[in-house]
Design a protein around this ligand. Structure first.
Ligand code: AMP
Length: 145
C-alpha cells in the first residue's frame, strides 16, 4: 500500500490536467457512422466524444458501437453506415465530470474508463482527462515525495 503524507494533489481542479477541446478528435451529432468510422480509424483512438453545434457534449462513440449497429444475421451490413447517424448509436450514459471537479473524482472514475469527457458547468465540452495523463501526474507526485 502506498502511503502519501501530503494529499493536496487530490484537491487540484481537473482543469489543470485536461487535453483541451481544440486538440481532441471528435464527431458532430449530425455526422453519419461512415464519417465517424473514418475519424476513429485514422486517429487510432478507440472512442471519441460526440459534440453538437453549440459545443455541448452529447455522448461517446467507439468503433465497437459502430460495428454493433451494422451487424446483420449473416454478415456485416456496411451499406448501412451512410444512413446511420452518430446520435442513433452513441453511448449517452457517460460519467458526469466538470472542469471544477477535483483530481480525486477523476482518479476514482479513471479506474473504469480510459478517458473522461469533461465539461464546463453549462455542459460545454472542455476537453478530456486520460488515464495516461493522470498516471503521469501520480508518478511525478510519488517520486517527488
Ligand atoms: P491514451 O491515454 O493517449 O492512450 O488515450 C486513451 C484514449 O483516450 C484513446 O483511445 C482515445 O479514446 C482517447 N483520446 C486520447 N487523446 C485523444 C485525442 N487527442 N482526441 C480524441 N480522443 C483522445
Amino acid at each position: 500500500m502506498i502511503s502519501l503524507n501530503n494529499r493536496d494533489f487530490l484537491y487540484v481542479p481537473i482543469a489543470d490536467y485536461l487535453i483541451p477541446a481544440e486538440k481532441v478528435a471528435h464527431v458532430q451529432i449530425g455526422n453519419n457512422a461512415e464519417h465517424a468510422l473514418l475519424v476513429l480509424t485514422k486517429t487510432g483512438y478507440s472512442a471519441i466524444p460526440v459534440i453538437d453545434s453549440k459545443n455541448q457534449l452529447k455522448g461517446l462513440l467507439g468503433i465497437g458501437m459502430i460495428t454493433d449497429s451494422i451487424l446483420g444475421m449473416e454478415r456485416i451490413e456496411y451499406e448501412k453506415l451512410a444512413d446511420l447517424k452518430v446520435d442513433q448509436i452513441m453511448q449517452t450514459d457517460i460519467p458526469n465530470i466538470k472542469t471544477t471537479d477535483k483530481f480525486q473524482k477523476g482518479l476514482d472514475l479513471l479506474i473504469n474508463h480510459t478517458f473522461l469527457c469533461v465539461t464546463e458547468e453549462d455542459g460545454t465540452f472542455a476537453g478530456i482527462l486520460t488515464r495516461r495523463v493522470m498516471l503521469k501526474e501520480f508518478k511525478k507526485y510519488i517520486y517527488k515525495n
